[in-house]
Design a protein around this ligand. Structure first.
Ligand code: PEP
Ligand code: MN
Length: 338
């Protein structure tokens, strides 16, 4: 049970709530940094008096455990929140935002070539990994700051917004100096100190769903970020692990309309990791847009056969251009534009 204080409440009002709980023989946990202030009621017992708390002058409302989405929740009539994607694009508006690029930044020449192709095809963002979360410690881990500098050069040349992953708390400042949007990857969706750290900086955050996370856990991860004051969170469905073998992950598209129902955060879909199969990327992009996704994240490389990472799921530039053309009728049918 959470006690939500009115926005104008002061520390004195919060202490009154704590005293009131004390009189009911309950403990209150003050949620650090929350605005409006929040107090969780610990160890509910027979002395708990809901009406008394609700009637306290500075208490706005009480929220039960089964309605947990506070910051990211959709109230009746709410529009999807629009999150900037660099200076020239956004996610959550009528226009579908497409972010494209290689799994890893390999060289300056590679990222500039891909950026030019992505821009020409109509992407609004360039995504490339400079810090790579690899399964094996023996695999390429990314060019780190040099990779970030190559991405910044690609932005200078194309105007595309830069999206790149931050893997650890110690790199948040560095990555936010270069990126327009910080990606928190699937492996780190449960890493609450990292969520808190990206919530304390001002760049938008692209939060990928953990591959075994429930929707509730996904939204709570977004709440961790928003609680620190950063409301610019973009959710990204990238598939979950199932017993299925013909795809790398199972793309759980029903999450898109469900997120739209309960949250006002924009949600995009990554059909590259979500299927792991290049021939499935365009059909699942169409399906994502048709069911209400605000954007797409697609792995593209000028020569996928030579890509250093994720080459089996990566589109070449011509395939990406054709995907973008094919998307138009689906965007139109969903009342959106590209
Ligand atoms: C990626 O975006 O390249 C990536 C590693 O994705 P995920 O975190 O979804 O596995
Ligand atoms: Mn990848």
């Amino acid at each position: 049970m959470l006690v939500v204080l009115k926005p104008e409440s002061t520390a004195e009002h919060r202490d009154q709530v704590l005293r009131c709980l004390d009189e009911m023989e309950l403990r209150g946990y003050v949620v650090d940094g929350a605005r409006p202030m929040l107090v969780e009621v610990l160890g509910i017992n027979g002395h708990f008096d809901r009406v008394r708390l609700e009637q306290s002058p500075m208490v706005d409302r009480l929220v039960d455990r089964d309605q947990p989405v506070l910051a990211a929740g959709r109230e009746e009539g709410d529009q999807t929140q629009v999150v900037p994607l660099g200076a020239h694009a956004s996610l959550g508006s009528r226009r579908i935002g497409v972010i494209a690029g290689p799994c890893s930044v390999e060289s300056e020449d590679q990222i500039l070539r891909i950026a030019a192709g992505a821009k020409e095809a109509g992407a609004g963002g360039l995504r490339g990994g400079a810090f790579k979360p690899r399964t094996s410690p023996y695999s390429f881990q990314g060019h780190e700051e040099q990779g970030l500098a190559f991405l910044a050069k690609a932005r200078e040349q194309t105007g595309l917004a830069i999206v790149t992953e931050v893997l650890s708390c110690e790199h948040v400042d560095l990555v936010s100096q270069y990126a327009d949007v910080l990606q928190v990857g699937s492996r780190n969706m449960h890493h609450t100190p990292l969520l808190t750290a990206v919530g304390r900086q001002s760049k938008p955050v692209l939060l990928k769903r953990g591959w075994s996370a429930t929707l509730e856990e996904f939204l709570f991860a977004a709440e961790y970020i928003m609680l620190q004051g950063n409301r610019n969170v973009i959710l990204c469905e990238r598939g979950i692990r199932t017993h299925e073998k013909y795809v790398r992950n199972t793309l759980a598209l029903a999450v898109v309309p469900e997120v739209k129902r309960i949250s006002n955060l924009p949600i995009i879909v990554d059909p590259s990791h979500g299927t792991g199969q290049p021939h499935l990327v365009a059909p699942m992009s169409n399906a994502a847009v048709a069911c209400g996704a605000d954007g797409l994240l697609i792995e593209v490389h000028h020569d996928p056969s030579r890509a250093w990472t994720d080459r089996h799921q990566t589109l070449d530039i011509a395939q990406f251009q054709s995907l973008m053309r094919g998307l138009e009728p689906f965007a139109e049918a969903a009342g959106r534009g590209l």
